[in-house]
Ligand binder design. Structure first.
Ligand SMILES: C[S@@+](CC[C@H](N)C(=O)[O-])C[C@H]1O[C@@H](n2cnc3c(N)ncnc32)[C@H](O)[C@@H]1O
Length: 217
C-alpha cells in the first residue's frame, strides 16, 4: 500500500522540500509548480516547428518534462540548474533523451553554453529562478544576456510571485502578464517579446515594454 502511494511526483516533492530547506533563498519555493501552471506556461510556446529552448532553474523538472513531451524530435532543451542534487536528478530523468542538455551551473552561462553546443540562439527562454531577490546589477546583466540570446521574434517567459521584473526588462519590445491562481503561491506569468526583424534587422531602441495584464485565473 505504502509502496503504491510513493509515486514519482511524491518523491520529487520530497526532494524539492529537502533542497528548499538546504538553500531557501536559491530554491525560493517549498513545492514545485502546479500542473495548471505548467500547462499555462507551456501554452505560451509554439511547438509546431523545431525549437531551441532554455530553462533557468528547472528544479526537479516539472516544466522541463512538459516541454520535452511537446517539442519536436529535432528540438533542443537546455536546462540550467545551480543545485547539484536537482541537476543529477534531471540527468537521470533525461538520460535517454538526446534533445535535453542538463547544465549544473548558473543561468548566466547561457551564452557560453549556446556557443559550446553550436546553437546560434534560443526561440524561448523560460525562467523559474527567484529574480526578485537577485541584486540589481546581476538582474539587469542576466536580462540583457537573455535578450541577446533570443532570436528575433523570440520570447522570455517568467513565473513569479511579484511582477517587479517588468520595470527592469527594458530591452524587450512588449510584455503580457496574467495571474495564475491555481498555484501555491499564486503567480504572475509574464511573456516578454523580443522584436521581430524588420528588413533583416532587429527593431532598434530600448524602451519600457508595453505591458498588458490579464487577471483571469
Ligand atoms: C522556485 S524553484 C523553481 C523550480 C521549478 N522550475 C518549478 O517551477 O517547480 C527555483 C530553482 O531555480 C534554481 N536557481 C536559482 N538561481 C539560479 C541560477 N542563477 N541559475 C540556475 N538555477 C538557479 C534553484 O536551485 C531552484 O531549483
Amino acid at each position: 500500500m505504502l509502496g503504491r502511494q510513493l509515486t514519482v511526483p511524491t518523491f520529487m516533492s520530497v526532494l524539492f522540500l529537502k533542497r528548499f530547506l538546504q538553500r531557501p533563498f536559491q530554491v525560493a519555493s517549498i513545492i514545485p509548480s502546479s500542473k495548471a501552471m505548467v500547462e499555462r506556461v507551456a501554452g505560451k510556446m509554439d511547438f509546431s516547428q523545431r525549437r531551441v529552448i532554455a530553462e533557468y532553474g528547472p528544479g526537479e523538472g516539472v516544466h522541463s518534462r512538459e516541454i520535452a513531451s511537446r517539442m519536436s524530435a529535432d528540438s533542443k532543451l537546455l536546462l540550467f540548474e545551480l543545485d547539484p542534487h536537482f541537476s543529477r536528478d534531471l540527468e537521470r530523468q533525461f538520460a535517454d533523451d538526446p534533445r535535453v542538455i542538463v547544465i549544473n551551473g548558473d543561468a548566466a552561462t547561457l551564452t557560453e553554453e549556446l556557443d559550446r553546443h553550436r546553437l546560434p540562439h534560443c526561440d524561448y527562454i523560460l525562467s523559474g529562478i527567484p529574480f526578485s531577490i537577485l541584486e540589481i546589477s546581476k538582474k539587469r546583466a542576466l536580462l540583457r544576456k537573455t535578450h541577446e540570446a533570443l532570436a528575433p521574434g523570440g520570447a522570455f517567459i517568467i513565473y513569479q510571485v511579484t511582477n517587479e521584473l517588468r520595470q527592469h526588462a527594458t530591452f524587450f519590445d512588449r510584455a503580457e502578464s496574467e495571474y495564475c491562481l491555481q498555484n501555491i503561491p499564486p503567480m504572475f506569468i509574464t511573456v516578454f517579446h523580443k522584436a521581430n526583424t524588420r528588413n533583416g534587422h532587429a527593431k532598434p531602441g530600448r524602451h519600457e515594454p508595453e505591458l498588458s495584464v490579464n487577471h483571469s485565473a
